[in-house]
Design a protein around this ligand. Sequence first.
Ligand code: 13P
Length: 287
Amino acid sequence: MLVSAKEMLTKAKAGHYAVGQFNINNLEWTKAALLTAQECNSPIILGVSEGAGKYMTGFKTVAAMVKAMIETLGITVPVALHLDHGSYDGALACIDAGFSSVMFDGSHYGIEENIQKTKEIIAIAHSKGISVEAEVGAIGGEEDGVIGNGEVADPDECKMIADLGVDMLAAGIGNIHGKYPANWAGLNFDVLAKIQEKTGIMPLVLHGGTGIPEEMIKKAISLGVSKINVNTECQLSFAAATRKYIEEGKDLQGKGFDPRKLLAPGFEAIKATIKEKMELFGSVNKA
Ligand code: 13P
């Protein structure tokens, strides 16, 4: 069932667990994510970056694929189709294309401009029942060409954005896209606690979910994080399983070169990673 992310995140915040956003890249990713959510009886958010949207030939293709798969696979758990780190124009395009949720990432603008643009996106999205994520501060590292300097969010600015009526708020707290460096200082829980204090029931979003130690994930959830984004970790699992298949020469045996066989171990690896994260985030049986 394709739904906005609002209700599932409100429930997660109240129930002290988090819903995973798993970024999709192609048909295998989408099918793996949807089937795992159904098997785990968990809500799920499918994240699509602008780069991945383009790769899949556009947001309309993505929306059509997701809707058709939900129907043909008999997916009954709540599924949100969400633009990840969207530009202003990207958010409008996804609203048009049939996404049920969008992130407008105005974190690289000054706070006044971020507020103004976020407000405009909220008005348009909410008139169509589409949920909106905003960002304050910045997520470090790079994702699909979106580069952040890792600026830690100002809790007062978070409150200003939360008061606009956004449905979820991503705040930079030392989190980074991609693998964490060995000298990573960890998440800034003092800032997270202050943001939570100022923004109350607003579901908070933790980007850069790959490689954050379990204890930190649990502490972040206890401090109001109710959506956690995972992208790189599924890519690493997929790549490792595919590498193993090829290194074992299985593509050279029988019809092992058939893409349905070649991509099967990677597909199963994505499923296993998503299941592991859903268990850690506490969203299993919360559909
Ligand atoms: P990772 O690639 O580090 O898991 O981050 C995903 C993310 O935050 C998507 O916005």
